[in-house]
Design a protein around this ligand. Structure first.
Ligand SMILES: C[S@@+](CC[C@H](N)C(=O)[O-])C[C@H]1O[C@@H](n2cnc3c(N)ncnc32)[C@H](O)[C@@H]1O
Length: 263
């Protein structure tokens, strides 16, 4: 499967995804993944940034509210329509465009920084995505992105729960098999039946890579590795949102910051 075919699945997911995410049911994103990403992010005030795979624009808006001058792209035009509608309603100066991460519609050395929130693992041409991010960054600029953790989001994965439904381990397997577009069907588990009523499940094409594949691709692209984080929800967060308890057992997400060298 290539990025265009994968993009069609995302376009079909976009309406239901946006509805549920805007109703607050993307609990992992809202309550520890995005907050941890922003804790690791350098000061972006006044910087020119590109958000790659922006979806309906939730995280792009947060970047703009931190004072960055933002552009954002997504391959799914329905996501961009939702993002643009939010921009029209409450303008933050964000320039949204429909485009693929493998072919960014910007000249070389345009941006001070780039971000990718949970989008890079959804594009089969991983190396091209990193090369494009490298190309559009100014020398000395940084790329920070989050992905599902390659070691724990494996082709085989199962939550092991005790008699109280508390997850005590995650069974992983088939780590070395690189998936190439196998469809996983799911919908935000925290959403109550009435919120999900009539909505199709998301169909998400999967492209798994090993941890070493990700790191070696970054280094081969020319990036310097600067910071790594494996976010974990705090006990207080889990008390408030018990749904997130399983994310304390292993790291569901991996955050990486890399930099384009000055010379
Ligand atoms: C898991 S969603 C994350 C959306 C958003 N960044 C967020 O955090 O809410 C993955 C996003 O990647 C986008 N995507 C998938 N393939 C893409 C590609 N080739 N180019 C740009 N965006 C892509 C999808 O349309 C979707 O919006």
């Amino acid at each position: 499967m290539n990025h265009e075919e994968a993009g069609r699945f995302w376009n079909a997911n976009a309406a239901a995804w946006t509805k549920l995410a805007r109703e607050g049911y993307d609990l992992y994103r809202n309550h520890f993944n995005t907050p941890a990403f922003f804790e690791m992010l350098p000061d972006v005030t006044g910087l020119k940034g590109l958000d790659i795979g922006c979806g309906e624009g939730y995280n792009t808006r947060l970047l703009a509210k931190r004072g960055a001058h933002m552009a954002a792209i997504d391959i799914a035009e329905i996501f961009i329509d939702y993002a643009q509608a939010a921009e029209t309603e409450a303008p933050l100066g964000i320039d949204y465009r429909v485009a693929s991460a493998v072919e960014l519609p910007f000249p070389a050395e345009t941006f001070d920084f780039a971000t990718g929130f949970m989008s890079f693992m959804d594009v089969p041409e991983t190396g091209q995505v990193l090369q494009e991010a490298f190309r559009i960054l100014k020398p000395g600029g940084f790329l920070q992105f989050s992905i599902t953790h390659p070691c724990f989001d494996t082709p085989h994965r199962k939550n092991l729960r005790d008699e109280n439904r508390i997850t005590y381990a995650i069974e992983v397997g088939d780590y070395f098999r690189s998936q190439n577009g196998e469809i996983e069907e799911w919908i935000f588990g925290a959403a109550p039946p009435e919120a999900k009523q009539g909505l199709p499940k998301f169909k998400v094409p999967r492209f798994t890579r090993t941890l070493s594949a990700w790191l070696n691709l970054l280094l081969e692209t020319g990036f310097q590795l600067e910071r790594v984080n494996e976010p974990r929800p705090s006990d207080e967060t889990v008390q408030e949102y018990p749904y997130l308890q399983d994310a304390q057992v292993v790291s569901y997400f991996l955050h990486l910051r890399v930099r384009k060298p000055l010379t």
